[in-house]
Design a protein around this ligand. Structure first.
Ligand SMILES: *[C@@H]1O[C@H](CO)[C@@H](O)[C@H](O)[C@H]1NC(C)=O
Ligand SMILES: *[C@@H]1O[C@H](CO)[C@@H](O)[C@H](O)[C@H]1NC(C)=O
Ligand SMILES: *[C@@H]1O[C@H](CO)[C@@H](O)[C@H](O)[C@H]1NC(C)=O
Ligand SMILES: *[C@@H]1O[C@H](CO)[C@@H](O)[C@H](O)[C@H]1NC(C)=O
Length: 703
C-alpha cells in the first residue's frame, strides 16, 4: 500500500516556551550499539538500608501516641536510625535498645533519646555503655530538602532491637496528627542503616512495558556488594549471584500517582519472572492503570547467620501510555539539497494530542553499494512531532533527516533500509515502540544519486551540518560575528535557588528558574530561551541537574551554544551532575511526599530515567562536557556529606550523587574534590562555593 504523505518538510513545532529548532542528529555506524535500550538489570539499585513508614497509634495504657517495633541490627560496625517528618522532629521521643542486652560490662543498655534539649537525658547518657551520636541533617536533592535527625551507634550489639517512639504532648492534640493516626498514614519515616556487605538488588524487568494497562514485573534479590562488578569491568550478561537466606520474604509497597498505597507480595516460586523456585530471586507484578510516577518500595527480609535482616530500595517508575506505535512502513524523499527525509509511519490509539507531542526518534540507515550489497550509512535521530497523513486519521509520520554527505561518504545509493528504529517519550525517555527487523524504505519521487555530486570539503570531513542538520537561518547568520554580546550562564539544578557566587565568574549571568521541577527537555528549552538574548552565544557552568539539561540542550536543539562551539574555550562545565542518575531520587520521592516538601518527584533523575535518557546522547555531544565531582572528606570512622543519604547512595558520594553514577563516558573528567558536598547544610561546604575552582572554570569558559 502506498500512502500519500502530507510532505511537511520543514517541521515546525510549537513549544510553549518559544520555538527552538530541533537538530537532525546523525553519526557513524560504529556508534550503532551505543543506542541500544539499556538492560534494566545493569542499572538496578543496590542498598544496605531500609525505609520504614511509622504510623503511630493511640496507646492503650498511656495517654499518648506511640509506635513500637523490632528493628534488626545485622552489622557490628554501625547502626544508624534517621528520622523524617512533616512535624517538628523535636516532638518525638525515641528509645532503642537491644532485645537481649549484652551483659559483658554488666550494664543495662536501655538507650533513650529526646530530640529536644532536655537536660535529663544529657545526664542519662553519660552512664550508658552505648550512646548514640546525634546528627542533624538536611536530606534531599538540590533545593528540595527536609530536615533529618540521625542517631548513630558505633559497634552496636547485633540482633533484634526494640524501638519505641512516642509523640510529645503537643502532638496528642494536633488534629492533622490525629487524623493521620486514624488513617494509619505514617507521621514519621525511619531510615535504617546497617553498613554491610549484604545488599538488596532490585529492578523492573523491562523498560518495554511501562504503559497503562500493562503488568510491570519487578525483581529483587540479596547479593554481596563486595562481589559486585562495576559496569566497566563486568562481562556481557553478568549478573550478581543471589544470596540464599532462611525465612525469606519480599514485598512491594506501591504509592500510586493518585496518592493511594498498595502492598503487593513477591514470590520465589519460579512463576513470577523470578527464574528458578527458591533461588533467592523474588518476582512480583504491578498492574499499572494510571499515568504518572509510581513510588515503588521493594522490601526484602530474611535471616542470615541467625540474625534477621531487612533491606529496601525505593524506585520511581514513570508510567506513560503507548500513544504511538511503529508500523514498520518507512518512506523517504530527497529535498532540494539531496538530503534524505525519512518518514517512519506510526499509528496512534490516542489521536487527541499526538500531533502536539514531540517524541524522540532513532534509526540506523543502510543503503546499497555499487556491488548491490547492503551497506551501513549512519544513524539518524532527533525530536519529531507526528504529522498527520492525508489518507488516514489514525496514521501519522515521524521524520528524521540524513545529510547526503553520509550517503556519499560510504558510496551508497538507493534502495535504502532502516533497522533498529526506536521511538521514545520525550519526558521520560521510555521506549514507546521499537523494531529490530529491517524495513525497506520506499522512495517518493526520483532518487538523485549523490555519488555524482562534487563535495567540498572532502567526504572524509564530518561537518557540523552532517551531525546536527541545518542551523536555523537567524542563528546561522550570527556565526563568526562578534558584537560583544556573549555570556557565561550559571545554572542551578532541581528545585533550587541560585547556588553559584556570581562574583567568582567574569562576564556571567545567573539563570533564575528557581525552585522548579523540570524534566531535562523542558529545563533545556527554558535555558535556551533565556540564553537567546546573548546574540553572540553563551556557555554554561551548571550545577547538578543543570548539567543534564545543558547536555540535553547541546544535543537536541540549535542554540547559542552552537555559536560558542566555534570559539576557543569550554561551552559546558558541570559540577555534581547525576549523568547516570541518583538512587536518592527514588527514596526522595517516598520521603518528600511523606513530609510534604513542595517539589514533586523527577523521573529524569532516577537511575532508570537517567540510563534511558543517556543512551540517546551521542558521543560527539558528550565531548563538549567538562565535569567535576566532589565527595566527603575521609579519615574519620564514619565519612559522610549527609548521613541519611549515605545510607541510600554508594560510597563515596557528595550527599546527593555518588561517584558510581557521575561518570559521563565520552566527556572530559576533570577532578573529584574531597571535603566538598553537594548542597548547603551538609557536612562540608557546598561544592559550588569553591572560589578558586570557580575562577578556573570562569577562565576556561568560552565567555
Ligand atoms: C539539632 O536540631 C534540633 C532541633 O531542630 C536542635 O534543638 C539541636 O540543637 C540540633 N543539634 C545540633 C547538634 O545541631
Ligand atoms: C493484576 O491483574 C491480574 C489480572 O487482571 C490479577 O489476576 C492480579 O490479581 C492483579 N494483581 C494485583 C496485585 O492487583
Ligand atoms: C490520550 O492523551 C491524553 C493526553 O496525553 C491523555 O490525557 C489521555 O489519557 C490519553 N488517552 C489514552 C486512552 O491513552
Ligand atoms: C525492543 O527492544 C527490546 C530491548 O532491546 C527488545 O527486547 C525487544 O525485542 C524489541 N522489540 C522489538 C519489537 O523488536
Amino acid at each position: 500500500m502506498r500512502l500519500l504523505l502530507l510532505l511537511i518538510l520543514i517541521i515546525t513545532i510549537s513549544f510553549s516556551y518559544g520555538a527552538l529548532t530541533p537538530k537532525n542528529l546523525a553519526g557513524e555506524p560504529s556508534e550503532f550499539s551505543s543506542f541500544n535500550i539499556p538492560n534494566p538489570m545493569d542499572v538496578a539499585q543496590s542498598s544496605d538500608s531500609s525505609l520504614l513508614g511509622i504510623s503511630m497509634a493511640k496507646s492503650q495504657l498511656k495517654n499518648t501516641f506511640e509506635w513500637s517495633g523490632i528493628v534488626p541490627v545485622d552489622s557490628d560496625k554501625e547502626f544508624t536510625l534517621t528520622f523524617f517528618s512533616s512535624f517538628p522532629l523535636t516532638e518525638f521521643n525515641i528509645e532503642a535498645s537491644p532485645k537481649t542486652p549484652s551483659l559483658k560490662s554488666g550494664e543495662h543498655q536501655q538507650q533513650q533519646h529526646k530530640f529536644n534539649n532536655h537536660h535529663k537525658y544529657g545526664k542519662f547518657f553519660k552512664s550508658l555503655h552505648q550512646t548514640p551520636t546525634i546528627t542533624n541533617g538536611s536530606f534531599g536533592i538540590d533545593g528540595a530538602t527536609a530536615p533529618s535527625i540521625s542517631l548513630t551507634w558505633e559497634q552496636p550489639t547485633v540482633g533484634d532491637w526494640n524501638v519505641l517512639i512516642t509523640a510529645s504532648s503537643s502532638l496528642r492534640n494536633n488534629e492533622k496528627f490525629k487524623k493521620m493516626a486514624d488513617d494509619s498514614t505514617p507521621q514519621l519515616l525511619m531510615l535504617i542503616q546497617n553498613p554491610s556487605d549484604t545488599h538488596i538488588y532490585s529492578y523492573v524487568s523491562s523498560y518495554n512495558s511501562l504503559f497503562t494497562g500493562q503488568k510491570v514485573s519487578v525483581l529483587a534479590m540479596l547479593h554481596k556488594k563486595s562481589e559486585f562488578l562495576s559496569k566497566k569491568t563486568r562481562p556481557v550478561n553478568w549478573k550478581p549471584s543471589p544470596l540464599k537466606l532462611t525465612d525469606v520474604s519480599a514485598e512491594m509497597v506501591l504509592g500510586l500517582p493518585d496518592g493511594s498505597k498498595e502492598t503487593i507480595p513477591m514470590y520465589d516460586d519460579g512463576l513470577h519472572d523470578d527464574e528458578q523456585a527458591n533461588d533467592g530471586i523474588f518476582g512480583g507484578y504491578v498492574n499499572v492503570s494510571e499515568l504518572g510516577n509510581y513510588d515503588l518500595q521493594v522490601i526484602y527480609k530474611g535471616v542470615q547467620n541467625g540474625n534477621s535482616l531487612v533491606r529496601s530500595n525505593q524506585h520511581l517508575i514513570p508510567i506513560t501510555s503507548q500513544y504511538l506505535e511503529l508500523t514498520g512502513e518507512v518512506q523517504s524523499s530527497q529535498d532540494g539539497d539531496a538530503n534524505l527525509n525519512i518518514f517512519f509511519i506510526v499509528t496512534s490509539a490516542n489521536q487527541t494530542t499526538v500531533d502536539q507531542t514531540p517524541v524522540h526518534v532513532y534509526s540506523e540507515v543502510y543503503g546499497t553499494d555499487s556491488d548491490g550489497n547492503k551497506v551501513a550509512i549512519a544513524w539518524v535521530a532527533g525530536i519529531s512531532t507526528a504529522q498527520p497523513i492525508e489518507t488516514s486519521s489514525t496514521t501519522f509520520a515521524l521524520s528524521a533527516v540524513l545529510n547526503e554527505r553520509w550517503i556519499a561518504k560510504v558510496g551508497a545509493t538507493a534502495p535504502f533500509f532502516v533497522k533498529n528504529v526506536q521511538i521514545s517519550d520525550l519526558d521520560t525517555f521510555i521506549p514507546l515502540s521499537n523494531t529490530s527487523s529491517t524495513s525497506n524504505v520506499k522512495m517518493i519521487g526520483e532518487y538523485k544519486d549523490v555519488r555524482t555530486i562534487e563535495h567540498t570539503p572532502a567526504l572524509n570531513v564530518i561537518t557540523k551540518e552532517m551531525r546536527d542538520g541545518k542551523m536555523p537561518k537567524e542563528l546561522a547568520e550570527r556565526v563568526g560575528k562578534s558584537t560583544g554580546n556573549g555570556k557565561l550562564i550559571l545554572t542551578h539544578g532541581y528545585c533550587s535557588e541560585g547556588v553559584w557566587p556570581i562574583e567568582d565568574f567574569e562576564n556571567s549571568v545567573e539563570f533564575q528558574d528557581f525552585n522548579q521541577n523540570r524534566g531535562n527537555d523542558e529545563f533545556a528549552q527554558i535555558l535556551a530561551n533565556f540564553g537567546a538574548q546573548f546574540t553572540d552565544g553563551f556557555s554554561l557552568v551548571a550545577h547538578s541537574q543543570g548539567g543534564n539539561a545543558a547536555l540535553h540542550l547541546v544535543t537536541y536543539y540549535h542554540s547559542g551554544l552552537d555559536l560558542s562551539q566555534q570559539l576557543e574555550g569550554r561551552i559546558i562545565q558541570t559540577m555534581g551532575t547525576p549523568y547516570q542518575g541518583t538512587a536518592l531520587a527514588g527514596t526522595w520521592a517516598s520521603i518528600g511526599s511523606a513530609v510534604g516538601v513542595g517539589c514533586s518527584s523527577n523521573d529524569d533523575l532516577t537511575v532508570d530515567g537517567a540510563a534511558l535518557w543517556l543512551k540517546s546522547i551521542p558521543a560527539d555531544k558528550r565531548a563538549f562536557v567538562y565535569y567535576t565531582t566532589t565527595q566527603y572528606d575521609t579519615g574519620s570512622l564514619i565519612n559522610y556529606c549527609n548521613l541519611a543519604s549515605n545510607a541510600v547512595l554508594e560510597w563515596p558520594n557528595d550527599g546527593v550523587v555518588d561517584n558510581e553514577h557521575t561518570p559521563l563516558e565520552g566527556a572530559t573528567y576533570l577532578n573529584n574534590f574531597k571535603d566538598w558536598c553537594h548542597s548547603d547544610g551538609m557536612h562540608s561546604p557546598q561544592q559550588t562555593t569553591n572560589t578558586e575552582y570557580n575562577k578556573e572554570m570562569s577562565s576556561n569558559s568560552v565567555w
